[in-house]
Structures are given as C-alpha cells and as structure tokens.
Design a protein around this ligand. Structure first.
Ligand SMILES: Cc1ncc(COP(=O)(O)O)c(C=O)c1O
Length: 390
C-alpha cells in the first residue's frame, strides 16, 4: 500500500521549514557544546560564547549593521516588545507613536499597551492595496512624536512599505524608526544605514531557521538608540535581555542569515517568477478572483486571493492535500484585521460564499509543486462553485 503523502507546504509566511544545513550547525550545540555562553572559566563556556558572537556578526551582515548592534531575543514578537516598550520606557510620559492598521498584532497590541502607559497612538489607514505612504507618515507627525513603527512586508497580503522613504523623513525629524522585518529579512536586501532604520525586528523561523529565536537591531552609531531592558535578570546581552542564551537557536539564526544573504539574489527572483506565473494561471482560468495587496511592491513569495462563489469549507475539503492559510469570512468568525483594513466593502468579507486564501512559496518548493498548486486550486474552486450552485 502507498504511504499517504504529506500535504504540499505553501504556508511559508506562517513558518518556514528549517534548512538542513542549519540543523547540522545546531546539533553540536545541543550535544557536546552545551555550555552556557556566560560561563567564562572553562572551554564549554568559551565555545558557546564564540558561537553566539559569530552568529551576532552573521545577523548583522544580513542587514548592513555591526555585531554589537544585535540583541538576541526569542523571536519577532519579543523584539517588537523590546523595541517599542523598551524605547518608550526611556522617554518622558505622553509621547506619540505612529503605526498602521495592517501591522502584525504584536505591534498593534504593544501600541495598545503603550496607550495604557499614557502614550498617544496614531494608527494610519492603509489604502486598498495595503500601502502606507511616506506622506501619510509625514502628515501624522506631531511635536511629541517619538517613534514610528511599521512593517517592511505584510505577512498576509505581501504589501511592501516604502521603508527608505519613511526612514528619510523620520531621521530628518529626529524620530526613532522601528521596522518589523519578520517577513522580509533574507528575502529583500536590507541596509539599515541607507534606509535610516533605528530598530529592526527579525525572526529565525521565517527565514529557514529554528523557532523560538530572533534578533533586534539597535542602532549604536552616535547618538545610539537608548532602550530600557524589556526582560531583566542575569544581565546577559549587555543587560538588555536577561536569561541564559539559547545557544543552539542563536547558532541556527546566524547560519540562516548567512545562507539567506548568499542565496537571496538567486532565490527571490525565482520565487517571484513562480508567484507571478501562479497568479496568472489562476486568474486566467477562474473568474471572480481578486488579488489582495500591491501587485508590484509585494513579497516575492506571497499570493493572497479573495475568491467569490465558494464556501470556505468546500474549498478546504477540496484542497486537503495543500497546506495553506485561509482567512475566510463567516465560518470561523475571524476575518483578519488586515483584510478588514483593505476591503472597504464589508459585505464582501461577511459573504458566506467568499473565501480568502494565502499561499506562501518557499525555498524548498519546486516549479512542479507550484504548478500543481495552481491546478489543484482551480479544480477545487470549480468543484466548490458547482456544489454551492446546487
Ligand atoms: C510581520 C510579522 N511580525 C511579527 C511576527 C511574530 O514573529 P514571531 O513568531 O517570531 O514572534 C510575525 C509572525 O507571524 C510576522 O509575520
């Protein structure tokens, strides 16, 4: 009997499979090199410390920073907390934050918390393609604006924000600029100096590294950004983040960054070509399929479609051999805040015969798999539409 095949994986915005080279590099630090990076009196500690410092430089190299500007965290959520709340703790009360309504919940919830601490928040509205302009940021600036926090690429609809243009404005006005690069680090070249970024959040599991580890870039060129520690304790990470280092995870993050840096120029255009072919394949075969997000300024691996005339459950059944993400309307009762932000017609999202699907292509997909995905989606939509017509 044939073994059942695992579903084809197209949910690379949620998480990426770990690169086998990263696993190999981590293994010795789970086995023989198990030392604590803060143990300064024996070789176990020295080995761990050297590995952590090597990874710090590898992360920095990916974004045009220096090793001493990298803080290791547990992932992008923690980096965002440290960046925004750690920064505001060093400020006087009543400061102003600018963010946007399509941000990841990690940012939106942190801003809501900052509000509780007496700060003011402006949430900019993205346009129907999920875009925020530099002009919008400029117009929202007030005398008490202290920090702008925006994502580089959107995890749902793939829209890429004009980070360098916004950075030019914030740096000119002396406002700190935090960028959530969870979806773009390793996919789009990032140069924190050229883009005038002060704080930048990264997550390893979005770039073929392990889960539970990430980094925060904190600009240290003079005058450096001052942050209060978000997690206090043993004084690790220059006192900014207490807790024993996750040495295997940090080693994995470092190598994941080095691999991404080396391969990006080949990998991103390849995924982008597959992305465009997939969108064309689907839209030329099916009517009533809308592409969400910016068609041009878009993550190289993102396909997000709203499909009319299909019940989400029927599609799910028809596509059980594909791992993807569905931001469907009524069934789960959870229409994503990003779709709500860009779809000005609320009826579209509450229609029980409308479904939104997100496919995230990744390093380990093949051209054949992407072609299969397109074919399977077209069949599944045609069948589901036939069912719903009765
Ligand atoms: C844009 C964005 N920001 C932040 C996060 C949070 O990342 P982590 O899982 O590393 O906490 C994610 C992950 O879903 C994301 O896509």
């Amino acid at each position: 009997m044939n073994k059942p095949q695992p579903p084809l994986y197209f949910d690379n915005h949620a998480t990426t499979p770990i690169d086998p080279r990263v696993v190999e590099a981590m293994l010795p630090f789970l086995k023989e090199h198990f030392g604590n990076a803060e143990s300064s009196q024996h070789p176990y500690g020295w080995k761990a410390k050297a590995a952590v410092e090597k990874a710090r430089v590898q992360v920095a190299d990916l974004i045009g920073a220096e090793g001493k500007e990298i803080l290791f965290t547990s992932g992008a959520t923690e980096s965002i907390h440290s960046a925004i709340l750690g920064f505001l703790e060093e400020q006087s009360p009543g400061r102003h934050i600018i963010t946007a309504n399509t941000e990841h919940k990690a940012t939106l919830e942190v801003c809501a918390r900052a509000k509780k601490f007496g700060h003011e928040v402006t949430v900019l509205s993205a346009d129907p393609q999920g875009r925020i302009t530099a002009q919008q940021v400029k117009e929202a600036i007030k005398p008490n604006t202290a920090i702008v926090s925006l994502m580089h690429g959107n995890n749902e609809i793939g829209t890429i924000h004009p980070i360098a243009e916004i950075g030019a404005i914030t740096s000119e006005q002396g406002i700190t600029f935090h960028v959530d690069a969870a979806q773009t680090a390793g996919k789009i070249p990032i140069d924190v100096r050229a883009m005038k970024i002060d704080l930048l959040s990264i997550s390893a599991h979005k770039l073929y590294g392990p889960k539970g580890v990430g980094a925060l870039f904190i600009r240290r060129t003079s005058p450096g950004v001052q942050l209060a520690p978000y997690i206090v304790g043993g004084g690790q990470e220059r006192g900014l983040r207490g807790g024993t280092h996750n040495v295997p995870g940090i080693v994995g993050l470092g190598l994941a960054c080095a691999i991404a840096k080396e391969g990006m120029a080949e990998e991103s255009p390849r995924l982008q070509a597959w992305r465009d072919r997939l969108i064309h394949q689907i839209q030329s075969s099916l009517p009533d399929v809308l592409l969400n997000g910016d068609p041009k300024n878009r993550l190289c691996n993102n396909v997000n479609l709203t499909i009319k005339g299909v019940a989400p459950d029927d599609l799910l059944l028809g596509l059980s051999d594909i791992a993807y993400s569905s931001g469907s309307a009524c069934t789960s009762g959870t229409v994503s805040h990003v779709l709500q932000a860009i779809h000005k017609d609320p009826k579209l999202l509450s229609d029980p015969l409308v479904v939104t699907v997100r496919f995230g292509l990744g390093r380990f997909n093949t051209a054949d798999e992407v072609e299969t995905l397109g074919r399977r989606l077209i069949e599944a939509v045609q069948n589901a539409r036939a069912v719903s017509k009765g």
